[in-house]
Ligand binder design. Structure first.
Ligand code: SF4
Ligand code: SF4
Length: 136
């Protein structure tokens, strides 16, 4: 069975220069699409990727990553719009780089599609009532 998942990879400093992701293609027959990549001031590497392939290969690839010290965080459940707090002000719509928020023109309510979220974190600070929550 083929799977495709969006995940966040955290590389410790010692791995930043190593061709870890390259090996996923070569050794595990996986395809990946980089959605975001950065190195933090502490030189931890962060990469948001979409990883696709057969379930068996995917599982082996994930095991390879964790065995090498890469911390993996799945994306889809991590960012949540707290409906109790949201005032539907729309501040998140302009700040989100992937268009994960949408304003319903009729109800004037803001909806969040976490399938589009790449976990950049910009909406967390931009939201006045702190309605965006991240769960690690
Ligand atoms: S910025 Fe916050 S309060 Fe405003 S619409 Fe977005 S999630 Fe809701
Ligand atoms: S973290 Fe917030 S601003 Fe960033 S992609 Fe996800 S929803 Fe959009």
């Amino acid at each position: 069975m083929a799977v495709s998942k969006r995940i966040v990879l955290h590389f410790p400093r010692r791995l930043v220069d190593r061709p870890i992701v390259y090996r996923l293609i070569k050794d595990y027959n996986l395809e990946f699409n980089i959605l975001k990549a950065s190195v933090t001031p502490e030189e931890e590497g962060l990469m948001v990727i979409e990883l696709s392939g057969e379930q068996q290969d995917y599982d082996k690839g994930i095991r390879y990553l964790t065995a090498n010290g890469v911390r993996i965080q799945s994306l889809s459940q991590d960012f949540i719009l707290n409906e109790q707090r949201c005032t539907h002000c729309g501040a998140c719509i302009t700040i989100c780089p992937t268009g994960a928020f949408e304003l319903d023109p009729v109800t004037r309510r803001v909806y969040f599609d976490n399938e589009k979220c790449i976990a950049c974190g910009l909406c967390i600070k931009a939201c006045p009532p702190r309605a965006m929550e991240v769960h690690f």
